[in-house]
Design a protein around this ligand. Sequence first.
Ligand SMILES: NC(=O)c1ccc[n+]([C@@H]2O[C@H](COP(=O)([O-])OP(=O)(O)OC[C@H]3O[C@@H](n4cnc5c(N)ncnc54)[C@H](O)[C@@H]3O)[C@@H](O)[C@H]2O)c1
Length: 402
Amino acid sequence: MAATKPRLNVALIGYAFMGRAHSNAYQQVNRFFPDCPYEVVRKVLVGRTAGPLAEAAKTWGWEETSTDIDAVLARDDIDLVDVATSNDSHHAITMKALKAGKHVFCEKPLALNTAQAREMKAAADKAKVRVGLWHNYRRSPAASTAAQLIRDGKIGEVRQVRGVYLQDWLWDDSCPATWRMTEKVCGSGAHGDLNAHLIDMTRFLTQLEFDEVSGLRETFTKKRRNANGKGMVTVDVDDALIFLARLSNGAIASFEATRVAPGRKNYNRIEINGSKGTIVWNFERMNELEFFSFEDDGPVQGFHTIMCMNGAVHPYAGNYWPDGHIIGYEHTFTNTVADFLTALKTKAPFRPDFADGVANQEVLDASLESAKSHKWVKVEKSQKFAKEKATKTAAKKAGITG
Ligand SMILES: NC(=O)c1ccc[n+]([C@@H]2O[C@H](COP(=O)([O-])OP(=O)(O)OC[C@H]3O[C@@H](n4cnc5c(N)ncnc54)[C@H](O)[C@@H]3O)[C@@H](O)[C@H]2O)c1
């Protein structure tokens, strides 16, 4: 008889967009990752409104529901707390969960600001539990392959990074305000929502840190009607924020996040130019990489497209379908859970962790400060990171950990 795996009981806080994405990942991980060291149990779904909470739990297969976070955190049978709520609650829920000795998997951005993020990191270190951050895009097969190719020197020394994350859902002035438009609930607008992903992807792909930044922000629609129908809300966060950066090896970079670029739905694209090649990942074509190398023979030199769905060499691809049968957004979350649980069991590092969350927040805050002061701002770097080694082997065998 096959040995049974230890069960890992999850409490998920929040059941809307990310609550659904995470629920799906917990549901799928044991099916697509037979080596996952735990049997994941969707134990308790936590929310604030009983009716829709019960409906969500039924849809996504959660055993129980609760509207009382404290009671859930007090339970001995909860191993992992997943924070999938709006940004203003990440700090409070995480601090309580850490105090209760739970492992914590938190949505991005880690916190509302750097001070909160640093407190969360310090508390996690003290609690001696494992923590992770849901920057799921890292774990698309193509993005993980890009990281490996860059680590293996395929594009040479990184010189320029160009990241854009463009959406259009706020193009219409009549679109109502949500929590994503009020600073005390979200921290910042498109910046914390979208640039946070670009910052994480840059750090993941290049293993470089941000030294200094110069930001420019705009809020085009300054008041929006309240979604609850009660009056108007002053929008005090950016609709769009652009920033320039100098990275730790001297490379230069530009980033642009917006929610008002008509026609752009979730256009998350990053281009890395090195001393001998270029690599491009674009979420809207998330299974592919564009790759150019001056090392290719003259007549065939040019951009070519790598379909990163060869299970023998591309991370995660082999966990799903036969080669070339592409995967999507939701799989990046499943891949993230699989890696987190493996790291939990093996005690290997898991990235991004709260140190990465702090580093990310430091860049977010420096760019906001720069946009306010109209001056370049040095990024206060409180974290140190070891570089992962180049492998010179196929990406899958490299065992990219994040
Ligand atoms: N990784 C990604 O790609 C990605 C994508 C979208 C959102 N996010 C992040 O995920 C988080 C959630 O975003 P979302 O899009 O799911 O938002 P959402 O508005 O769809 O859902 C947030 C839910 O949290 C609940 N909530 C808020 N405060 C709570 C509290 N104190 N206790 C219990 N429930 C609470 C709300 O009622 C709501 O149901 C945010 O931090 C966001 O930045 C990440």
